[in-house]
Design a protein around this ligand. Structure first.
Ligand code: SAM
Length: 290
C-alpha cells in the first residue's frame, strides 16, 4: 500500500512489524515516516492505549490500537504473529521514544525473528541518544545501563561494577529515585566524577546541568524543582591512565599532596616511584580540581 504525506510517498509492506519511535516530549519531534506508517498499518500495538490515543488524535490518525505492555506481552505475542503471518502490517509504539529501549516489545520482536516475520525500524527520538548528543561528554564509546536497580544495595553493587568503565555511562532515572541514585553514584563512582543531568528534554522545563556527581547530588537535594520530571544521567568514563597507575604510586602521590603543593608533590613522587613527572602532575591536578 502506498500513502502520501506532505508530498512524500511511502510504501507499507504487508506482513511486517514496524517498530516506530515517538516523541519523548515535544510532539513535533515525530518523523514524517512515523506518521505515514502509523496511519497505514492495520493495527498499532501500544504500551498504553490511552496515552498513545492522545498522540494519534493530535496527528489525526484513527488506526485501531491494541494494548501490549510488560504484563500481557507474552500472552499476545502468538496472536500478533498470526496476524502478521496472515499478511497484516503492524506498528509497535511505546509511551515515548523508541520501543524496547527500557520499554516493552522485546518478546514480540524476538518472536517475529523466530517466525520469519520481517521487522523494520522507523527511527526517531530516544532520550539516551538525545541526552548524549547535547551533554558534551565523549560520544565515541558509551554504555547504556537503563534504569539503576531499585534497592540501595543492588544499586550500589551495580555502580561498583561500573567503576572501571572507561566509556560514557548513560542511566535513565525517575523523579522517585533521582536523589538516592545520584547520592549512591557519587559515593561509589566518586564525588569528583564529571557528569551531566539531562532533565525534561524537549519539554518546557528542559535543563542540562554539567557538574560533578557530588555537585549534582547536592543540587537535586537542595533545589526540589531539579528533582521533578524525567531524567537521563550521564557519567564520564573512568580515566584509563588512572586505572593503569600502580596503586603504590597513587598512594605516594596522595601522601605527598597532603603536605606539598601539587607541582612539588608530583616531582617528588616521580623521583620516588620512577613514574613520569608530567603524568603524576596531570593526575594530581585532576584530584585537586575534579
Ligand atoms: N523508550 C524510551 C526512549 O527511547 O528514550 C525510554 C522509556 S523509559 C520507560 C522512560 C525513561 O526515559 C524516563 O524515566 C527517563 O529516564 C527517560 N526519559 C524519557 N523522556 C525523557 C525526557 N523528555 N527527558 C529526560 N529523560 C527522559
Amino acid at each position: 500500500m502506498a500513502v502520501s504525506c506532505l508530498g512524500g510517498v511511502v510504501s507499507i509492506d504487508k506482513g511486517v512489524l514496524y517498530v516506530v519511535a515517538t516523541p519523548i516530549g515535544n510532539r513535533n519531534d515525530i518523523s514524517l515516516r512515523a506518521i505515514e506508517v502509523l496511519q497505514s498499518v492495520d493495527l498499532i500495538a501500544a504500551e498504553d492505549t490511552r496515552h498513545s490515543r492522545l498522540l494519534l488524535q493530535h496527528l489525526g490518525i484513527s488506526t485501531p490500537l491494541q494494548a501490549v505492555h510488560e504484563h500481557n506481552e507474552h500472552k499476545l505475542v502468538g496472536r500478533l504473529i498470526a496476524r502478521l503471518q496472515a499478511g497484516e502490517a503492524l506498528a509497535l509504539i511505546s509511551d515515548a521514544g523508541t520501543p524496547l529501549i527500557s520499554d516493552p516489545g522485546f518478546q514480540l520482536v524476538r518472536a517475529c525473528h523466530r517466525h520469519g516475520v520481517r521487522v523494520s525500524p522507523v527511527p526517531g527520538p530516544s532520550a539516551a541518544v538525545a541526552a548524549l548528543s547535547a551533554a558534551g561528554l565523549p560520544t565515541d564509546r558509551f554504555r547504556f545501563e537503563g534504569f539503576p536497580a531499585r534497592t540501595a544495595s543492588a544499586r550500589q553493587a551495580q555502580f561498583e561494577g561500573l567503576k572501571a568503565e572507561s566509556a560514557t555511562i548513560i542511566f535513565y532515572e525517575s523523579s522517585h529515585r533521582i536523589a538516592s541514585s545520584l547520592a549512591d553514584m557519587s559515593r561509589v563512582l566518586g564525588p569528583g566524577r564529571p557528569a551531566v543531568l539531562a532533565r525534561e528534554l524537549t519539554k518546557l522545563h528542559e535543563t542540562i546541568i554539567h557538574a560533578t556527581l557530588g555537585q549534582l547530588s547536592e543540587r537535586v537535594k537542595q533545589e526540589p524543582d531539579q528533582g521533578k520530571g524525567e531524567f537521563v544521567v550521564l557519567v564520564a568514563g573512568a580515566k584509563k591512565d588512572r586505572e593503569r597507575l600502580n596503586p603504590e604510586t597513587e598512594r605516594t602521590l596522595r601522601l605527598l599532596m597532603a603536605e606539598l603543593p601539587v607541582k612539588q608533590a608530583a616531582a617528588l613522587a616521580a623521583r620516588i616511584t620512577g613514574e613520569k613527572k608530567n603524568r603524576l602532575y596531570q593526575l594530581a591536578l585532576e584530584w585537586r580540581d575534579p
